[in-house]
Design a protein around this ligand. Structure first.
Ligand SMILES: [Zn+2]
Ligand SMILES: [Zn+2]
Length: 356
């Protein structure tokens, strides 16, 4: 593991800076990927439902429907006028009837003759007004019945239009699904190889000196596949997403399990080697890091650094402490200089240098 192993202050800050570069690199890649994925639907030209309907019957039905609506509108206007006229006529009749009744009441008290010319005139006038109201009422009734017929005709034409539309809808929906599948497969064809490439880079190059770009690309590929693709998924797209997720988790999990087993086997093999050789193989920075965490630099098991009598790891037999050849101060064997007198430990096998 090359990442974050150095003990030098600047080195650690460089490592953090490189992680930041990995994230920024991923951010720019994601932005670019979003544009590319977002532009993909334009590959397919938009389809309209109408282009799947039989044009002649559709045109006919719509023409008839338009005429029906116009006729209904005219009928409505006429009916409104007729209703108003009938109402006025009814009011006129009522007024005439009232004045006639009053006249008859006052007259009957004084005159008895039934064949009075004034009575004939008034009766005739009342009959005329009533006849006018009846005629207007008949006109209104006729308009109302015409309204009903027009509504029925309109409903029939509407149903005819809907039948034509429904017949086209099947073909339209099939085309929409086909279109969706095409766009989805196109996106999958772009994002899935990215994911596979990211997997390959994870296995092969995540510890290389170019690791910030490798990790940036891995973040980008994961984000693009599992987040960016989501808004464009058709109904069954979730299956693809989750299945790929499951396969990926299985692959990474298996990889981690194998890595753990390899690590343990390597550690066991290491512990079988002669003590001096093991000490020589340990990297200087690695040894310092493990010691600072109170762990044996060799086997990584807990180590009591405070006990002045324990010089050797009781778990793996690695020599950890000894005394300076010049001043006799007790210290770890993993230092380059005596911390008391500064004696360079050139006689000791040099620990390998830090690797980035
Ligand atoms: Zn040990
Ligand atoms: Zn010394």
């Amino acid at each position: 593991m090359a990442v974050s192993k150095g003990l030098r202050l600047s080195e650690r800050w460089f490592q953090r800076g490189l992680w930041l570069i990995a994230i920024i690199f991923a951010g720019f890649l994601i932005g670019l990927g979003r544009l590319v994925v977002g532009d993909l639907p334009k590959v397919e030209k938009p389809i309209s439902a109408e282009s799947f309907m039989d044009p002649v019957p559709l045109h006919d039905a719509r023409l008839r429907l338009g005429n029906d609506e116009d006729a209904l509108k005219q009928n409505d206007d006429a009916l409104n006028t007729a209703e108003l006229n009938t109402q006025h006529a009814a009011e006129a009749t009522q007024t005439e009837q009232g004045s006639f009744d009053n006249w008859v009441a006052t007259r009957s008290a004084t005159e008895q003759s039934s064949q009075n010319p004034e009575l004939v005139r008034r009766t005739k006038r009342l009959d005329e007004v009533k006849a006018a109201e009846r005629s207007l009422q008949q006109k209104q009734d006729a308009l109302e019945s015409a309204h009903l017929q027009l509504q029925q005709a309109r409903d029939a034409d509407q149903a005819a239009e809907q039948r034509v539309e429904a017949a086209g809808q099947v073909g339209y929906e099939r085309e929409v699904r086909r279109n969706e599948l095409h766009v989805f497969l196109l996106r999958l064809a772009i994002t899935l190889p990215l994911l596979l490439l990211a997997g390959l880079l994870f296995v092969k190059a995540r510890k290389s000196s170019q690791w910030p770009f490798v990790w940036g690309f891995i973040f980008f590929a994961l984000f693009t596949f599992f987040v960016e693709l989501v808004p464009y998924l058709p109904s069954y797209g979730g299956y693809v997403r989750y299945i790929v997720g499951i396969v990926l988790t299985l692959a990474v999990g298996n990889y981690a399990i194998r890595a753990l087993r390899r690590y343990l086997e390597k550690q066991k093999a290491e512990e079988l080697k002669p003590e001096q050789e093991r000490r020589k193989d340990l990297s200087y920075d690695m040894a310092q890091l493990r010691l600072s965490k109170r762990a044996c630099p060799g086997c990584e098991r807990p180590l009591d650094l405070a006990d002045p009598t324990s010089n050797v790891c009781v778990h793996c037999g690695l020599l950890v402490f000894d005394t300076c050849q010049q001043c006799g101060t007790r210290q770890t064997v993993f230092t380059h200089f005596c911390r008391m007198c500064g004696l360079a430990k050139a006689a000791r096998p040099q620990a390998s240098q830090t690797t980035l």
